[in-house]
Design a protein around this ligand. Structure first.
Ligand code: MG
Length: 202
């Protein structure tokens, strides 16, 4: 399986990092070794001094497809979840400066904690809300209605370049409020009020 991540999909987050509003979705990937499941702790890596959380809605692909039309994209996933796109912001800043790729900043071991997946039935996927609390304090509030490219458009776009396969996961981008984590922090994510993950930084 593969993990496809969308960058810069919320205007307010683009503004907070001083990035340009992209013409097309920004896409990068993480390997399966990035995944952390079942609230296992995240171990702060020695190669960064500035690991940021980015809480994101996840979509799990349920059948193979490429060049998926937007109008049929909803048939390619029936489960959603919540995850963190951990980012070594210091490494990413150096990569951006030099025009280098982002893998060491974004795709390192443990950089993708994910929740269990739940059925999308009962959710209006075009206006689903989610939140991230750090040590009990609200840090991020997402609302899929504020995405620059809604989920079905993302699936159509991504599948032009990469064949989507059963089990692939899409990280759909983060809203504003990203920030650093420290050893000892506890990250708790909720989707439509339901707790999805709760894990510690070690
Ligand atoms: Mg992200």
């Amino acid at each position: 399986m593969k993990i496809i991540c969308i960058g810069r999909n919320y205007v307010d987050h683009i503004a907070e990092l001083g990035n340009e509003r992209p013409e097309h979705p920004v896409i990068f990937m993480k390997p399966d070794t990035a995944i952390i499941r079942e609230n296992a702790p995240f171990y702060y890596p020695e190669f960064s001094k500035e690991i940021h959380y980015e809480c994101e809605l996840l979509v799990k692909i349920n059948k193979e497809g490429k060049y998926i039309e937007e109008q049929f994209a909803h048939k390619y996933y029936d489960q959603i979840g919540l995850g963190i796109d951990f980012t070594a912001r210091d490494i990413q800043a150096r990569s951006k400066e030099k025009g280098l790729p982002w893998e060491t900043a974004k795709a390192f071991n443990g950089s993708a904690p994910i929740s269990d997946f739940i059925s999308k039935e009962g959710f209006d996927i075009t206006s689903t809300k989610y939140e991230l609390h750090v040590n009990g304090e609200l840090r991020q509030q997402g609302d899929t209605s504020l995405m620059l490219w809604p989920i079905n458009e993302l699936i159509a776009y991504v599948s032009k370049y990469f064949t989507l396969k059963t089990g692939d996961i899409i990280f759909t981008g983060t809203p504003k409020g990203v920030g650093p984590v420290n050893i000892g922090d506890r990250l708790t994510g909720t989707l439509a009020g339901q707790e999805m993950f709760d894990f510690e930084i070690k």
